[in-house]
Design a protein around this ligand. Structure first.
Ligand code: DMJ
Length: 622
């Protein structure tokens, strides 16, 4: 049938107004009247139908009960069906009213309240997800422990390497036995006066050396000592102290040490203690921006910053070196708060302008603004950069933001801070308000290892270039040792006033058993297998034995340019955690704590790669 015949009232384009089929004005008027009467009838039907909300309910609150019931309706049970229908309709009406009340409530809430509700819901899901395996007596999720690959090692086949590795173990044994004998339970050992030593960095928390050394004992297979240390942790490690601690130091040494001990041994006590301590640290984040305080009273939860820090600022290397440990704490506790706190730090940093792409060392936690424009890859800045890279590596390379932040920061460091001396030594200078200070710290020497570790993922074919930079920094740092009398590196060395890689100020000439140079040798050895790195490491061992080993342990020295050592009488806990562990790994095969599976925190505590239950993006969105 032609379409035109179905549309008698419609004028087709082919029709002219004068044609015989066209309507007169009166006909048109009548047709219009009929048509409007029809429309009115239709509207009337809609308005006068009984309880239209029931129809809507059927669409928006689709219920299988309704379907079941309507299918059941027969004449014989019509009475029952009517009763059931009423119940269902009542339920639908109730649900509908509830949904309307909820929607009204939500509309009355402030945006931050709505955000908080969403966050609570997400936290609930996160926790439910983690506790699928159930909860233990401490209300922690039950986690099936599986030892990550490479937790234990084996003897190297090359006799000289094997012998050197054994020597490092003997050094560890001496350092540990001395601590046991003279300072058991104290934070550190005074090896000359042969007694305990406590730094105020740890408040009244005790046993820094025990916790810092746990994983080294395990890695060196000193299992009896590991058991003894475990027992001490079980019985004596107590965080219920009314004292102020450094959030950063307690995190990297205690939380990091406990986490590593857990991942290496699977002993639950370490997981529990790490989480307990992590919870104690959370009040440090109660600042207007969420940038944590440097110091925290563990009992009162009151925090503050170092009095010397520019305008009450928090320190980049301190608040920026919590990420790895806190991500693990969320994973092991089922509490997303830890991860959220450190992700928020990134958010705050992302909002700020960076002078020449650099991150100043000082940030005010109240205003969220930079303090003094002082930039350093050494003290006050160092491990912030390290943790950007390691956050990406530890996340199984899913934390793309961490990756980008790291490589962008490294580019800015290369452009604005990295320089070559006239004698050809590459160094990383410091930056103060736009002016370069041609000084490098012993602490900055870790950067050789960091750059080597990140070189593989470097964008724009820069892998080779970054490996060269790493090798050059390793060489410079080796020079800083080689140019001293004691063959140990000074705390700071300069490239001005006619010197290169030499300390010129008396207060920069000391050596406190720091690990950074040896750390870089270890990374460079693993990536290049150039024997010089093992040789350089061995030179350091000889110098340590000759000048730092005393009757009661190992001590730092006050002047590395003096003809004989003047001891400072402190055996730092990081000597056992880092210096001796990195030396041991330098003389071990690469499959012991392999980089594919382990990431070292800034205190050399190995943490396994972390497969997160929820994505980094999810945590960030909170
Ligand atoms: C260690 O506690 C850590 O490596 C930290 O990041 C900086 N320095 C000391 C050791 O020198």
């Amino acid at each position: 049938m032609p379409v035109a015949t179905l549309l008698p009232f419609t004028a087709t384009p082919s029709r002219k107004s004068s044609s015989p089929t066209s309507f007169r004005l009166t006909e048109k008027f009548i047709l219009l009247l009929v048509f409007s009467a029809f429309i009115t009838l239709c509207f009337g039907a809609i308005f006068f139908l009984p309880d239209s909300s029931k129809l809507l309910s059927g669409v928006f609150f689709h219920s299988s009960a309704v379907e079941t019931n309507t299918r059941k309706g027969t004449d014989s049970d019509s009475n029952i069906a009517v009763g059931t229908d009423e119940k269902i309709l009542a339920k639908i009406r109730k649900d509908h009213e509830k949904a309307l009340v909820e929607a009204k409530d939500t509309l009355q809430k402030r945006p931050d309240e709505i955000k908080q509700d969403i966050q609570n819901e997400k936290d609930k899901v996160f926790k439910e997800d983690l506790s699928k395996g159930g909860k233990d007596d401490d209300n922690l999720p039950v986690i099936e422990y599986v030892q990550p690959p490479g937790a234990t090692g084996h003897e190297p086949s090359d006799p000289e390497t094997k012998e050197r590795r054994e020597k490092i173990k003997e050094m560890m044994k001496f350092a540990w036995d001395s601590y046991k004998r003279y300072a058991w339970g104290s934070n550190e050992l005074r090896p000359v006066s042969m007694q305990g030593h406590s730094s105020n960095l740890f408040g009244d928390i005790k046993g820094a050396t025990i916790v810092d050394a746990l994983d080294t004992l395990y890695v060196m297979e000193m299992y009896e000592d590991f058991e003894m240390a475990t027992e001490w942790v079980e019985k004596n490690l107590d965080f219920n102290v009314n004292a102020e601690v450094s959030v950063f130091e307690v995190n990297i040494r205690f939380v990091g040490g406990l986490l590593s001990a857990y991942y290496l041994s699977g002993k639950e006590v370490f997981r529990k203690k790490a989480i307990q301590l992590g919870e104690k640290l959370l009040p440090a984040f109660k600042t207007p921006t969420g940038i944590p305080w440097a110091l925290l009273n563990l009992k009162s939860g009151i925090g503050r910053n170092w009095p010397w820090a520019s305008g009450g600022s928090s320190i980049l290397a301190e608040y920026g070196t919590l990420h790895l440990e806190f991500m693990h704490l969320s994973k092991l506790s089922g509490n997303p708060a830890f991860a959220e706190k450190v992700m928020n730090i990134r958010k705050v940093l992302n909002r700020l302008d960076k002078p020449q792409g650099l991150y100043p060392n000082y940030l005010n936690p109240n205003s969220g603004q930079w303090g003094q424009h002082h930039v350093s890859v050494g003290g006050l800045g160092d491990s912030f950069y390290e943790y950007l890279l390691k956050a990406w590596l530890m996340s199984d390379k899913t934390d793309e933001e961490g990756k980008k932040l790291y490589y962008d920061a490294l580019q800015a460091i290369e452009t604005s801070l990295m320089r070559k001396s006239s004698g050809g030594l590459t160094y990383i200078a410091e930056w103060k308000g736009g002016l370069l200070e041609h000084k490098m710290g012993h602490l900055t020497c870790f950067a050789g290892g960091m750059i080597a570790l990140g070189a593989d993922g470097a964008p724009e074919d820069k892998t080779g270039h970054q490996m060269e930079q790493a090798a050059e920094i390793a060489r410079t740092c080796h020079e800083s040792y080689a140019r001293t009398t004691l063959k140990l590196g000074p705390e700071g060395f300069r490239f001005d006033g006619g010197v290169e890689a030499i300390a010129t100020r008396q207060n920069e000439k000391y050596f406190i058993l720091r690990p950074e140079v040896i750390e870089t040798y270890m990374y460079m050895w693993r990536f290049t297998h150039d024997p010089k790195y093992r040789e350089w490491g061995w030179e350091a061992v000889q110098a340590l034995e000759k000048h730092c080993r005393v009757e009661g342990g190992y001590s730092g020295v006050r002047d590395v340019y003096a003809s004989s050592p003047n001891h400072d009488d402190v055996q730092q806990s990081f000597y056992l955690a880092e210096t001796l562990k990195y030396l041991f790994l330098l003389f071990s095969d690469d499959d012991h704590l392999p980089f594919e599976h382990w990431v070292f925190n800034t205190e050399a505590h190995p943490l396994p790669s972390l497969i997160l239950t929820c994505s980094i993006a999810e945590i960030q969105s909170k």
